[in-house]
Write a protein that binds this ligand. Structure first.
Ligand SMILES: Cc1cc2nc3c(=O)[nH]c(=O)nc-3n(C[C@H](O)[C@H](O)[C@H](O)COP(=O)(O)OP(=O)(O)OC[C@H]3O[C@@H](n4cnc5c(N)ncnc54)[C@H](O)[C@@H]3O)c2cc1C
Length: 640
């Protein structure tokens, strides 16, 4: 097996840092004899291993003081190991501190020979290459001037020209490309490129991570002398960049908290609720330099869109959530935080063991009646509606019958709706169903929106990204929290139930709730579809969600959730506002109270007592935060 060009094994480099300043040699000697010299040990590298094969190019990355240059110096032999070994096979061209061996009083001509000697070249060899060096360094008329008069760029040019005069087997470069003008940097990069394609091995240190990605096959990330990661350059550089961004955010946050302490107010905004509304508001306010604290009484972020990874299946813990919108701005906005898959919702309705496609379309009708043309189907529905003779529907049953006829109503609407509302359709008001869309095409796509999908890593990861950099406190209820922290916030953004905010002083708003029963099954595929509705009354649940199908999962097991609608009472999760006349009137009174709370912004489905789809709630939050910050965020139409 070919030997490596560089083998670094268990390398530890130790420096002794003097505890006090010693001004000159005399003082140093006296202190040493008197045993007054105290040192502190400092480990610049700790147990580092690096093995570089011929032709490989390794980038060393890390913040200042991480040990990158120390490692280069150990490889070039400038520093000796405290522990471990360094073996180098091949001739090195070190470009660590370009022109480090120059004598400032000598001319460039004299320094070329001096520097060449330092690098181990003979006088005749230097004479042979003299003209090339001068040409590459571009010194022109300054060849016979003392280099103390040179700019740092000119010195670097000269140093680079001498160091790269021969094609070395190993090239060691420490940040030299950052000095000098554009032309020089380009010339250096070209020469290095030529060397690499000629089989030279490279060790390269730079803070310019893009140049590491470009030049290197491998990278090692060092931090305070420890190796954090080593491997393919792209992977290591990406991980390093991510960490740097995180560190930047943490520093920014710490700065904000310091600023906040000085100003008395801890935060500009207290955002109650880590759901989509709260996360969108927090994200935009934070980006605008506002200090935000998000609290949520649940033990997780995301509100109702929360997904939990069980094995590698993302479970939609509060019911199926399918993102769909016709608003290109909102679609492009959410792409900032997640990549979406191309899931299309095509639910199935199960009635007494028979499956029908939803929404009601030609596939549904042909299964129901064996009719295959829109004309026949429209005639069938029209005749069923006419037979019923309902002119003024008095309840939901009559309303539905007058919209879709008897067969569709009885098999696909009645039982499902009664379970949803916990009451007989005859006892439900007609307004609940205004429309029952019928499609006379063979199209099972439930939504007619232009964009649709599911975040590939789950909704929680998406909301996590939205809340990056923002302080979040979970299991924290607003009412309890604010007792001890009143006055610490510029403003409050409240996405909890509006009636709860006012201590139910005007009475309770009503909701429908849902109980989810989740089960793991030892089989790869339970129902073959993400969503199956059970439309007969006798089956106690309304639908079964099979979570893996939202992500086209191919796991060996599966997870399903049955949904049982239930009457809401205090203590249960309020899911769907019941926007009937009575509740709307009560909400109008709460809304009037809310308008008087000048320091509170009420938002989201609970704050506004209104059902929002996800795109709509994000849009509402963006419009609100835009108004609040008095700046345009994105081109937002009022309708999602
Ligand atoms: C079963 C179901 C299925 C849905 N499916 C879809 C779908 O497929 N597609 C779609 O577009 N939309 C869907 N939605 C709608 C979607 O869930 C909402 O648009 C979205 O969750 C609303 O976000 P939000 O921030 O307003 O509210 P939430 O997500 O409810 O967030 C509010 C947060 O505030 C917290 N909170 C409340 N009070 C307090 C308090 N006093 N102190 C501290 N924290 C508090 C809550 O714990 C909660 O986490 C569905 C909704 C339901 C109920």
């Amino acid at each position: 097996m070919a030997k490596n060009m560089i083998d670094v094994d268990h390398l530890t480099i130790r420096f002794n840092l003097a505890n006090q300043k010693v001004n000159n040699l005399k003082e140093y000697t006296i202190k040493m004899i008197k045993h007054e010299l105290m040192f502190q040990e400092f480990f610049a590298l700790k147990d580092v291993n690096l093995h570089v094969a011929k032709g490989e190019s390794w980038g060393l990355i890390g913040t200042n003081g991480s040990g990158k240059s120390t490692l280069l110096k150990a490889v070039t032999g400038i520093l000796k190991p405290f522990e471990g070994t360094v073996k180098v096979r091949g001739k090195i061209a070190p470009m660590i501190e370009l022109g480090a061996g120059f004598d400032m009083e000598l001319t460039a001509r004299e320094n070329i020979f001096l520097n060449g000697a330092v690098l181990g070249h003979s006088n005749s060899f230097m004479e042979e290459h003299f003209d090339d060096i001068v040409e590459f360094a571009g010194l022109g008329d300054f060849l016979d001037s003392p280099i103390k008069n040179y700019s740092s760029g000119m010195k670097a040019r000269l140093g680079f020209a001498v160091a790269t005069m021969v094609d070395p087997e190993i090239l060691i470069v420490d940040e030299v490309l950052s000095v000098g003008d554009y032309q020089f940097r380009k010339k250096c990069a070209e020469r290095m490129g030529e060397m690499l394609s000629g089989g030279t091995t490279l060790l390269y240190v730079s803070h310019d991570i893009d140049s590491v990605k470009r030049l290197c096959t491998h990278a090692m990330w060092l931090d305070h002398g420890d190796v954090i990661m080593a491997g393919p350059a792209r992977e290591v550089c990406d991980a390093y960049n991510t960490r740097q961004e995180q560190n930047f955010l943490i520093e920014k946050k710490e700065k904000e908290v310091r600023k906040a302490k000085e100003s008395g107010n801890k935060y500009d905004y207290l955002i109650v609720g880590a759901g989509l509304y709260g996360a969108t508001f927090a994200q935009e306010a934070f980006k605008a330099g506002k200090r935000c604290l998000v609290i949520d009484r649940r033990d997780h972020i995301g509100g109702n869109v929360y997904t939990e990874k069980v094995g590698d299946i993302n479970v939609h813990c509060y019911g199926a959530h399918i993102f769909h919108t016709s608003n290109p701005q909102i679609w492009s906005y959410v792409q900032r935080f997640a990549s979406f898959n191309n899931f299309i919702n095509t639910p199935i309705a199960m009635y007494k063991g028979e499956g029908y496609n939803l929404p009601f379309n030609m596939n549904t009708f042909s299964k129901l009646w064996g009719l295959y043309t829109p004309e026949e189907v429209q005639a069938k529905i029209a005749s069923q509606i006419a037979d019923l003779g309902i002119t003024e529907p008095k309840n939901l049953e009559e309303q539905a019958l007058s919209l879709v006829g008897r067969d569709v109503y009885e098999k696909l609407v009645k039982g499902y709706t009664e379970k949803q509302w916990g009451r007989d359709c005859k006892e439900l008001p007609a307004f609940i169903i205004r429309r029952l869309p019928l499609r006379f095409t063979y199209n099972n796509n439930y939504f007619s929106d232009r964009y649709q999908g599911i975040p590939m890593d789950g909704y929680t990861a998406m909301v996590e990204k939205m809340l990056e950099g923002v302080d979040v406190m979970l299991e924290t209820d607003y009412k309890t929290f604010i007792k001890d922290h009143a006055g610490e916030f510029g403003k409050i953004v409240y996405t909890g139930p509006v009636d709860e905010y006012f201590d139910y002083q005007l009475g309770h708003l009503q909701y429908r709730s849902v109980r989810f029963e989740t089960e793991q099954l030892d089989m790869p595929n339970y129902q073959g579809n993400a969503v199956v509705n059970y439309t007969e009354r006798e089956v106690p649940y309304t639908r079964i969600i099979e979570h893996k199908h939202f992500e086209f999962g191919e796991q060996e097991n599966t997870i399903i959730s049955r949904e049982y609608p239930q009457e809401w009472k205090p203590g249960l999760e309020p899911y769907y506002p019941i926007n009937d006349e009575e509740n709307n009137a009560l909400y109008a009174q709460y809304e009037a109270l809310a308008a008087k709370e000048k320091n509170v912004i009420f938002g989201g489905r609970l704050g506004k007592y209104k059902y929002y789809d996800m795109d709509k709630v994000i849009l509402e939050a963006l419009l609100d935060v835009q108004k609040e910050l008095k700046r345009k965020l994105i081109d937002l139409p009022e309708e999602a």
